[in-house]
Design a protein around this ligand. Sequence first.
Ligand code: ZN
Length: 275
Amino acid sequence: MYYVDPHVHMVSRITDDYVRMARAGCVAVVEPAFWAGFDRGSAGAFGDYFSQLTDTEPKRAAQFDIHHMCFLCINAKEAENVSLSREVISIIPEFLDRPGVLGIGEIGLNKNTKNEVTIFEEHVDLAAKTDELILVHTPHLQDKYKGTRMILDILQNDSRIKPERVLIDHVEEHTVKHALDAGFWVGMTLYPVTKCTPTRAVDIIEKYGDERIMANSAGDWGPSNPMNMPDFVRTLRTRGHDAIARHKIAYENPLRFMMQSKRFNFVPPIPVRSS
Ligand SMILES: [Zn+2]
């Protein structure tokens, strides 16, 4: 079965991961900009990273017949440095006309600080002015509920933001309903230890339905596993979700969201039905 991983940090992964993902049916990946594991010291370093995301990595993925697209931003962990964050936000438009750049992300909050909120709002403003999709990272820590609530309030108080053009990622049992009820798309991150397991993700789908919802591996340089997407699809099967339902959740839903971007440049091997 074909699937899409709509949030995976392939710059951190080895070539064998691409091989295994392709064998399991992965046809496209989306890579949001994130924290490198250390704080970058200059806007130039981000410019190099954005070139990696928009040029180098799509070429690497293509060798395995996987289509690569991305989102650009400075992440919440580095937002404490407000002046650097503003410099980075000012260079993002230079990269926004590159093929496969789907929007601004993953922006959001980490520890829910004032500076993080400032930089989140400035990213949202850029996305509104340039009519970009938004991919939002919600905090992993004990403040997840509070941070998610703050993010949803900021987005809902901005009349320029259309919720169907925003993906709220890393939702869990206690945050998913708030995002769905407000009209946003949601993503469940399948991590080996924290966030969501494949079983919990299937529980969430059985409780809240399969509209505007997707899953991702968020594979990165930490304990994570890009093969969690095929594991999730297998869990859906063992729980009785038929092939059409699995195809909708793991393939059509992420593509439906991403296709709203004016620079979506993937030709899906199976056309996406209108919902
Ligand atoms: Zn991420």
